[in-house]
Design a protein around this ligand. Structure first.
Ligand SMILES: Nc1nc2c(ncn2[C@@H]2O[C@H](COP(=O)(O)OP(=O)(O)OP(=O)(O)O)[C@@H](O)[C@H]2O)c(=O)[nH]1
Ligand SMILES: *[C@@H]1O[C@H](CO)[C@@H](O)[C@H](O)[C@H]1NC(C)=O
Ligand SMILES: *[C@@H]1O[C@H](CO)[C@@H](O)[C@H](O)[C@H]1NC(C)=O
Ligand SMILES: *[C@@H]1O[C@H](CO)[C@@H](O)[C@H](O)[C@H]1NC(C)=O
Ligand SMILES: *[C@@H]1O[C@H](CO)[C@@H](O)[C@H](O)[C@H]1NC(C)=O
Ligand SMILES: *[C@@H]1O[C@H](CO)[C@@H](O)[C@H](O)[C@H]1NC(C)=O
Ligand SMILES: *[C@@H]1O[C@H](CO)[C@@H](O)[C@H](O)[C@H]1NC(C)=O
Length: 512
């Protein structure tokens, strides 16, 4: 018995030591300083830190008091070194994140966060009951209700770059950098902001808007506001825009989760991912903070920009009548959208739609650049613009056509029953409602999200100051999975109702 214990104790010790060495010592000894391209993981889901049972390796950001003070040079991400990070083996919990809305305590904010001009600014102590009351009250105007609902959780930080405009004309467009993000993605979003500030926004000073389905933590807001000289505004999403509609059959939703899970589809069983996709499809442009804006630039955590952008892309969009733009175009996972094409054709038929761009998304039966006889209107070619980067017009989404398309799609319940992404929906809407000239490919933006990276060749260029890390081997533009060639060689075809009807009939016939 004693021997068994001994062996067990020694084995456990050795295993523990090896794990400790691999997970804790190695990363920090080989990377003593964090540069802006390094990433520190605070997020057990998204950084692939392995965990067993409910034990995860959790990073706790410990910022020494001098780094956390107001004297910190604003507009700079605090220079963090490995000493600022203390890692410990802990149970599943991420530091500083309010689990419930009731836990929010704003009394410890150190930066000068303010309420927004013209918004409610005094609230009862119990924010959650205040919110519930607002939700129960009938308002004549939805926007008023949303403002009342989210105001207690909305904070604004005036960036010091605004001083410049006191004595200079402000030629900025009505535009903002729009970020949907979670508290636990603090490091990843600081990474993205550092890149965007360096490559573009340090000169252009566009404000940031941060949205979340839960209130932002003090820590999140403090760090993020210090990472830019621009204005930053933090808010939550109105409940109505992040909820399961009452006619959704949750039993069916759950049983479909299992089907996708068996097929190994990412986020097969994630409800929050579905909320996110639905929000990005049909609600973000209704958020009260975007009310007076014309354009947005969508920014996601953990992306890279490789090149300087030496002009204002919002001005470019306005002057050239562009309404939607992209940098990466790729193929969607078919199993996440089994009926999206059919529903889109039904919509196109029902609204007697004609379009010169929609055939870009139909399956090709002959390769480009051939004659356009070769489209199969019954099938989606799965090409879409990757929506984690987008610069686009908000009025495009606010148009009655787009709203009607979204409402129709939403009425099918397939944001939940299937796993429709916002990217194919934005793209198909572009195809339905825009023409080729209103769409733009930002070739001069070098960009990475996940493992997909693309840039204007060469990898290092003086012309627009590109630097692509040596470790990135493949320019995705040239990969088989990229739809860029397809976009560049597109030939207009006048899609009309007969194409929608033929597509539908063939699709239904093929199914039997
Ligand atoms: N506030 C909040 N943001 C979310 C939630 N889920 C996703 N997001 C944000 O939505 C964006 C995309 O979510 P991810 O989970 O990173 O999805 P992804 O793996 O990039 O998805 P693909 O682009 O499809 O590969 C990121 O900006 C996330 O921060 C959520 O539940 N709450
Ligand atoms: C805020 O500060 C007070 C007093 O300094 C402290 O007791 C409290 O725990 C702090 N709250 C949070 C959420 O950090
Ligand atoms: C905080 O900001 C508001 C609005 O920008 C300003 O009026 C106020 O003077 C600031 N307070 C401090 C202490 O800086
Ligand atoms: C920045 O915020 C201030 C208020 O703090 C506001 O007056 C100004 O218009 C904002 N600038 C932009 C570009 O949103
Ligand atoms: C703006 O100009 C006025 C008058 O010339 C000057 O007094 C003030 O200091 C200037 N403000 C800034 C922020 O430069
Ligand atoms: C197309 O729409 C018309 C009118 O709404 C409808 O009668 C017809 O059945 C639709 N065609 C198909 C193939 O669904
Ligand atoms: C459908 O649209 C076409 C072209 O826009 C038009 O000529 C036709 O009359 C419309 N048909 C119906 C039934 O509205």
């Amino acid at each position: 018995m004693v021997r068994v214990y001994k062996v067990f104790a020694i084995t456990s010790f050795v295993v523990f030591f090896i794990l400790y060495f691999l997970l804790v010592l190695v990363p920090f000894h080989s990377k003593p300083r964090l540069s802006h391209t390094d990433q520190v993981c605070l997020d057990k889901e998204n950084c692939g830190i392995s965990h067993t049972g409910d034990i995860v390796l959790e990073g706790i950001l410990k910022i020494s008091s001098d780094k956390n003070s107001n004297s910190l040079n604003p507009g700079r991400v605090p220079k963090l070194t490995s000493k600022d990070f203390q890692f410990s083996v802990n149970t599943l919990r991420v530091d500083g994140i309010p689990e419930n809305i009731e836990e929010v305590d704003y009394s410890n904010l150190t930066l000068n966060f303010t309420r927004l001009n013209g918004w409610p600014s005094a609230f009862p102590h119990d924010l959650e009951s205040y919110r519930q009351n607002v939700l129960k009250t009938t308002y004549f105007n939805k926007n008023t209700q949303w403002v009342q609902e989210i105001a207690p959780y909305t904070w604004h930080h005036r960036g010091k770059a605004e001083d410049y405009y006191i004595n200079h004309t402000d030629s900025r467009e009505k535009a903002a950098i729009l970020v949907l993000v979670r508290n636990k993605e603090l490091n990843q979003i600081l990474h993205s902001m550092r890149q965007l500030e360096d490559r573009f926004n340090r000169k252009n000073r566009y404000p940031y808007i941060f949205l979340n389905d839960k209130p932002f933590s003090n820590k999140f807001m403090e760090f993020v506001a210090r990472a830019t000289d621009s204005n930053t505004t933090f808010s939550i999403i109105p409940k109505e825009h992040w909820s399961v509609p009452s006619d959704i059959n949750m039993k069916k939703v759950k049983s479909n989760f299992k089907v996708l899970d068996r097929l190994d589809i990412p986020y097969a069983k994630s409800m929050s991912y579905r909320h996110m996709c639905r929000f990005n499809s049909g609600f973000f442009y209704k958020h009260p903070l975007l009310h007076s804006l014309k354009y947005y630039w969508r920014l996601e955590p953990d992306i890279d920009f490789y090149c300087d952008l030496k002009y204002d892309p919002f001005t470019f969009m306005r002057k050239n009548g562009k309404l939607y733009s992209f940098v990466v175009s790729l193929l969607e996972l078919e199993m996440t959208i089994p009926t999206l094409w059919e529903h889109t054709l039904s919509f196109a038929n029902a609204t007697n739609l004609s379009s010169t761009l929609f055939s870009m998304f139909a399956k090709q039966t002959k390769p480009y650049p051939g004659k356009f006889k070769g489209i199969d209107s019954s099938r989606y070619n799965l090409c879409h613009f990757w929506s984690n980067f987008e610069i686009a017009s908000l009025d495009f989404y606010r148009s009655p056509e787009y709203q009607q398309y979204f409402d129709y799609l939403d009425s099918t319940g397939n944001f939940f029953y299937e796993r429709w992404g916002d990217a194919p929906i934005h793209s198909l809407a572009v195809g339905l409602f825009l023409n080729y000239n209103q769409l733009h490919f930002f070739n001069d933006i070098g960009y990475r999200h996940d493992t997909f990276a693309r840039w204007p060749e060469p990898k290092v260029s003086i012309h627009n100051s590109c630097v692509v890390p040596k470790s990135i081997k493949e320019n995705f533009d040239k990969a088989d999975g990229s739809c860029l060639k397809h976009y560049l060689s597109y030939r207009e075809y006048n899609w009309d109702r007969s194409d929608s009807v033929n597509g539908l009939l063939r699709l239904r016939r093929d199914r039997w």
